[in-house]
Ligand binder design. Sequence first.
Ligand code: NAP
Length: 240
Amino acid sequence: MNLTEKIAIVTGASSGIGAEFSRALVGKGATVYGLARRGSKLEAIRKELGEQFKPVVIDITDAGYVQNWVTSTFVKGLVPHILVNNAGTGLFNKVEDMTLDEWHTMMNINLSGVFYMTKYVVPLMKLNPDVCHIINISSVAGLIGNPSISGYNATKFGVRGFSEALMKELRYDGIKVSCMFPGSIATEFFDKAGSETHPNMMMGRDVATVLINLLELPDNFLIDEVTMRPLNPKPPEKRQ
Ligand SMILES: NC(=O)c1ccc[n+]([C@@H]2O[C@H](COP(=O)([O-])OP(=O)(O)OC[C@H]3O[C@@H](n4cnc5c(N)ncnc54)[C@H](OP(=O)(O)O)[C@@H]3O)[C@@H](O)[C@H]2O)c1
């Protein structure tokens, strides 16, 4: 896909890799609808990127709100080419200590939010004569289970299954589906997750380069899954 003048939707655009995806897409000439709840953060990104970045204050866990926004925005021939389902959160806890609220928060944002966005955007993409692309952000936690992240694991394994099924369902409609499985990236994510960070995490801008590479591939060429990790995540004393 040539990204010039394409229309992209990026959820979780107010910080972290969603903000980096927005910068990279606008840099390539796309218009980005950046969705998140914190309007002030989105507004700061609009000031930085200009009118090609359209801030949208929305909670993607509200299906009615998502439907209204999609159907009222994409009218009069305006159709999205790209949907990046990126918004997500990790609330790490042992299973007996995890609250019902933490479980449901992760399910609602990481899994139901991805479903709502996809459900309402896909019919528009089917009308688009150009090849379209949905990119879902899972995690290495969508491939490997680990102690104290079972709830997060469940949502990110879910994103993987959803993506694989969707890839097979939509390929004959000219809609690509890719799922990204990043390891640790230096973002706000770990402040909320309450887990340890390390000094060698990946940088969001490098993850954004991978997104652009996936999007720019020829129409009849699909990479459906990409795993990415820091090469050297641990200092010598912590290596096994
Ligand atoms: N950082 C990592 O190491 C890592 C590794 C693998 C995968 N990931 C995944 O990468 C994605 C982005 O995370 P990040 O690392 O960039 O962390 P981040 O900086 O915390 O970004 C999370 C984004 O999701 C948005 N968001 C959360 N709940 C939302 C809701 N209900 N409605 C709309 N937007 C919502 C947040 O915006 P508001 O708070 O303004 O709504 C924020 O923009 C997540 O899916 C995460 O699971 C991260």
